[in-house]
Write a protein that binds this ligand. Sequence first.
Ligand code: ADE
Ligand code: ZN
Length: 326
Amino acid sequence: DFANALIDRLPKAELHLHIEGTLEPELMLTLAKRNKVQLPYESVEDVAKAYEFDCLQDFLDLYYMGMSVLQTERDFHDLTWAYLLKVKADGLTHVEMFFDPQAHTDRGISFETVLGGIVLALEQANRELGITSKLIMCFLRHLPEEQAFDALECACKHKDHIFAVGLDSSEKGFPPPLFERVFAAARGEGFTPVAHVGEEGTAENVREGLDLLKIERIDHGNQALSDPELTARLARQQTPLTMCPLSNLRLKGIPTLGHSPVKRAMDAGLLVTVNSDDPSYFGGYLNDNYRAIHQALDLSEKDIIKLAKNSFAASFISDSEKQAHI
Ligand code: ADE
Ligand code: ZN
């Protein structure tokens, strides 16, 4: 219908996307064979059956296991290229993409192998698909601070390709204060700070992200809405939030899509965006997320256009570049 056609043709940016979370079961099995990696799955159906999650940690366990098939620069290129081709058809013109280097260096894959493959695909997408991009390197919060500093040291050699630093993985038990020093160092090196906060964690985590890590964008931030004072602050400051409706549903952060906070956040005057997070694991890419909340939250065409415009407003591209996308 009309809304679906509108969603398909609107230019959009995606600002919350883990490249390792785009690994489709088919490519996972192909790479497992190519690289002789053992997986507990025989078929695409086996993988699909395993993707029933009760919480964030449930998903993360399979997410880290799945990415063990990624070994060579070519693997990282193929993974990234497959995502970019898919979202080109969704009207995506800009992506700010997370990657998790520690999940790879921890198992003996070099930082340069990971980054090299991703960058090759992003450059190819710029030339052949007209998609622009920025890379966000995430620190894994379940690993010690010292290993985050090691990742930062690697990133400093590649400032031409890495724009921002983020914080992801298990939020419960690993709050922002643990990463205050490494974020200060990263900001000192010129990286723009963002973090996953208020996904499974509290509004206090969101506040600490802002005040201690000095984040310039909030990934998820759902729980911020439980705190009226924080909500008012986010509206006043226009700090962007990257929300992920299908992810929230599949990780049981919300019981139904009708509970997605996207519309409430818009109504409260927040700069909110819609994103896919880990589309292969959560059953939908960018436009699937737009379609899902359009239906569940009864969004108007005006709301959909607003969300697409917000995706550029909330991005880290310059104002003149933003005009070129809209
Ligand atoms: N890593 C990949 N996806 C994530 C999410 N939704 N939350 C925390 N860490 C992640
Ligand atoms: Zn995420």
